[in-house]
Write a protein that binds this ligand. Structure first.
Ligand code: THU
Length: 131
């Protein structure tokens, strides 16, 4: 099984591909599914600012487009611009959508360049679900 450090390293790698000329805030995300599959994504901005796409939603969209139907187990998020790059509210909701009620682990890099982790149910308690 892939380690948290490896997931964070992949998030770091893909953050180099971020298209963020407006905010200059690069983000990379690496999502691990229960079946072991891994997908990455970076943020992609637009001159119409509101159309910008977050790294986490890019990674999850890539997974879906590849036909992924498993549940998200973990997601590593990295930005060279901050420590502990927490997911925004919209991305928290997206992560919950594909968690299948599993408490997804969010892996971030702390100030000592170590992995630290949080749980989606703590970051987005009482989340909205139709099912
Ligand atoms: N961003 C992400 O990629 N993920 C988040 O969870 C928060 C914000 C991006 C969006 C935008 O391109 C830049 O960071 C600054 O907000």
């Amino acid at each position: 099984m892939v380690s948290d450090k490896e997931l964070l390293e992949k998030a770091k790698q893909v953050s180099n591909n971020a298209y963020c000329p407006y905010s200059k805030f690069a983000v990379g995300a690496c999502v691990l599914y229960k079946n072991g599959n891994i997908y990455t994504g970076c943020n992609i901005e637009n001159s119409s600012y509101g159309l910008s796409l977050c790294a986490e939603r890019n990674a999850i969209s890539t997974a879906i487009a590849q036909g992924e139907t498993s549940d998200i187990l973990k997601i590593a998020i990295y930005s060279p611009n901050t420590v502990k790059c927490f997911p925004c509210g919209a991305c928290r909701q997206w992560i919950q959508e594909f968690s299948n009620c599993n408490n997804v682990e969010i892996i971030l890099e702390d100030e000592n360049h170590e992995c630290c982790s949080f749980f989606i149910n703590d970051l987005l308690p009482y989340s909205f679900k139709l099912l």
